[in-house]
Design a protein around this ligand. Structure first.
Ligand code: CA
Ligand code: CA
Ligand code: CA
Ligand code: CA
Length: 260
């Protein structure tokens, strides 16, 4: 009898150990063995009989690995889960690189809309009109006349101008040259301006500078101000002086541009 009791005792112990192993009541390790609730089953298979696979990856966990982590058909930044992820934004807007690999570089990327230089114009329309006015000194030989030229001036890029935010230059295209020989000076072949895109003392305006003979943008041409329609315009009229004759007329210069 003592022998039988011992065997039954061993069998009971064995059954008890087996039940313990299947029930997972100890809760140790990463496998919670949950077979009744839609919770983590930790074993890459769905063993809780619920409709969901508890181990399925439901978000794009790595936005820069070239893999579709959650198998929704969208890889990395193409997956809305990655919206705002560092790997999916154009982090630097003036390095010439497509930081987030979406095909758009710097200002061409919508991520850079708030970057100030991306709002600066890439081209400026320039027009100059010279009106020669006959006075007593000239009237014996010439008549009143007008000359005019246009220039579509553009910027070579960022930081080309050391004393302004950006410089713009271009080639002059004469559209009316009746006066070009009258003042003893040929029409200019090119024009250059620099712009500072902030006029603290004149809100709504940007400061325009013309370079001096040394290429320094120290001569203010005035402020280009928003005309209310989103276009910045600078118009100025200056007398033109010719040696020995003084003021022979007016030169009116107009610059206009629209921010990006
Ligand atoms: Ca991925
Ligand atoms: Ca995905
Ligand atoms: Ca970039
Ligand atoms: Ca980009």
């Amino acid at each position: 009898m003592p022998r039988i009791v011992l065997l039954l005792g061993l069998l009971g112990a064995t059954l008890s150990l087996t039940a313990c192993s299947r029930g997972g009541s100890s809760g140790s390790g990463s496998d919670d063995d949950d077979d009744s609730a839609p919770a983590d089953d930790d074993d890459a298979a769905d063993d809780d009989d619920a409709a969901d696979d508890d181990d399925a990856v439901t978000v794009e966990t790595d936005c820069d690995d070239g893999l579709d982590d959650d198998s929704d058909g969208d890889i990395d930044c193409a997956d809305s889960d990655c919206e705002g992820d560092d790997a999916c934004v154009e982090g630097i807007c003036d390095d010439g690189l497509d930081d987030d690999g979406d095909g758009d570089i710097d200002c061409a990327d919508s991520d850079c809309e708030a970057f100030a230089p991306c709002t600066w114009p890439t081209a400026v329309a320039h027009n100059a009109h010279f009106a020669f006015e006959v006075d007593s000194a000239w009237s014996w030989a010439v008549d009143d006349c007008n000359s005019e030229f246009n220039s579509a001036i553009s910027s070579p890029g960022f930081n080309e101008c050391t004393t302004c935010d950006r410089d713009f230059s271009g080639t002059v295209t004469p559209v009316q040259t009746a006066c070009q020989d009258l003042v003893g000076e040929p029409l200019p072949s090119s024009v250059t301006y620099g712009i500072i895109f902030d006029s603290p003392n004149n809100p709504g305006c940007w400061s325009v500078f013309a370079p001096d003979g040394d290429g320094i943008y120290g001569d203010s041409a005035g402020d280009a101000c928003d005309n209310g329609n989103g276009t910045y315009v600078l118009v100025r009229t200056d007398p033109v002086d010719v040696p020995d004759f003084g003021d022979v007329g007016d030169l009116t210069t107009t610059l206009s541009f629209t921010p990006n």
